[in-house]
Ligand binder design. Structure first.
Ligand code: HPA
Length: 258
């Protein structure tokens, strides 16, 4: 059985029963996390924005987060994120799993700062993990949209309507502020990584204004279903043999992060 990592918004820590809060400090920064069990599987939960929601998107210690999972010997990771929707047919409250990613940030985090290594992100998310999540969602009767493209913006501001029109032309379906560099660093570290998104609003220009209270209200409304989906998927994620595509760089990463 493999351990599983979950990176999510604050509020998901109760996913883990009998968990203990811990803090890790290394050269990439300090991370608070919970270590415990989900359905008998050893699971680590990292609240991306900190337990007190202290990190805005551009201050999240992404490298410390991914390196913590590496040090705990975890290479199966599920991310959970709130996003805006660029599609009329994907209203607030929808749960969606992206398969492609566009980087519209100015973040340049990499573990291969001083190494001539270029990881392949032809398939930025783990296909095997996505299949497990989709099968489980179907079994639980939770509707999940998939095959979508996530556009990562720098934040912390929301986008302008003109930017959103541009992202639509580029093929974007979802917009969020955190999956770059999270997904890329996970690939650099040789991890299986997939993202579950919750649409909390239509993107700028598609609804009147974007209201943070509305974002939180929608998150609370669908929290239970996302919770169930993750919780029920963890034993399958833990016990499945996944193909090697995502983890090709694991050995190399361990050399550079030592
Ligand atoms: N844009 C960027 N990030 C987001 C949004 C959005 O509209 N909604 C939730 N996270």
């Amino acid at each position: 059985m493999y351990k599983v990592g979950v990176i999510g918004g604050s509020g998901f820590e109760t996913l883990i029963s009998e968990g203990v809060r811990k803090r890790d400090l290394d050269r990439y920064g300090s991370i608070d996390y919970t270590l415990g069990y989900v359905k008998g599987i050893e699971t680590v939960f990292i609240p991306r924005h900190g337990f007190k929601h202290e990190y805005p998107p551009h201050k999240i210690p992404f490298k410390a987060m991914i390196n913590l999972l590496n040090k705990l010997d975890i290479d199966r990771v599920i991310g959970i994120s709130a996003v805006g929707s660029l599609r009329e047919d994907l209203p607030p409250g929808s749960i969606a799993i992206p398969i492609q990613l566009i980087d519209y940030t100015i973040r340049r985090d990499t573990f291969y700062e001083d190494h001539p290594i270029h990881v392949d992100v032809s398939r930025p998310y783990c296909r095997a993990l996505i299949k497990i999540l989709l099968d489980k969602a179907e079994e639980l009767g939770i509707k999940v949209e998939y095959g979508l493209t996530y556009v990562a913006t720098e934040g912390p501001r929301f986008e302008t309507p003109s930017e959103i029109r541009m992202f639509k032309v580029l093929g974007g379906d979802l917009v969020g502020m955190t999956n770059i560099p999270e997904a890329i660093l996970a690939r650099e570290a040789g991890m299986h990584y997939a993202l579950i998104t919750l649409v909390t609003n239509y993107a700028a220009g598609m609804q009147d204004l974007i209201d943070m209270d509305e974002v939180y209200r929608i998150s609370k409304m669908r929290e239970r279903d996302i919770f169930r989906l993750v919780e029920e998927s963890i034993p399958v994620i833990s016990s499945s043999e996944l193909d090697d595509e995502c983890i090709r760089f694991r050995g190399r990463f361990r050399e550079v992060s030592r």
